[in-house]
Design a protein. Structure first.
Length: 43
């Protein structure tokens, strides 16, 4: 399990991903964005 977390963390760091809160998004905006991925079948 830790290996999966480490892999995801390294990938996120590599692509420069930042949490929604650091981008100035509200919790609702973050959830709405995630729901879009679910609707398109990316989950």
């Amino acid at each position: 399990m830790k290996a999966c977390f480490d892999l995801i963390t390294r990938f996120a760091d590599t692509i420069g991903a930042t949490p929604g809160a650091q981008q100035g998004l509200t919790r609702e905006q973050v959830l709405e964005h995630g729901a879009g991925f679910y609707e398109r079948g990316y989950v």
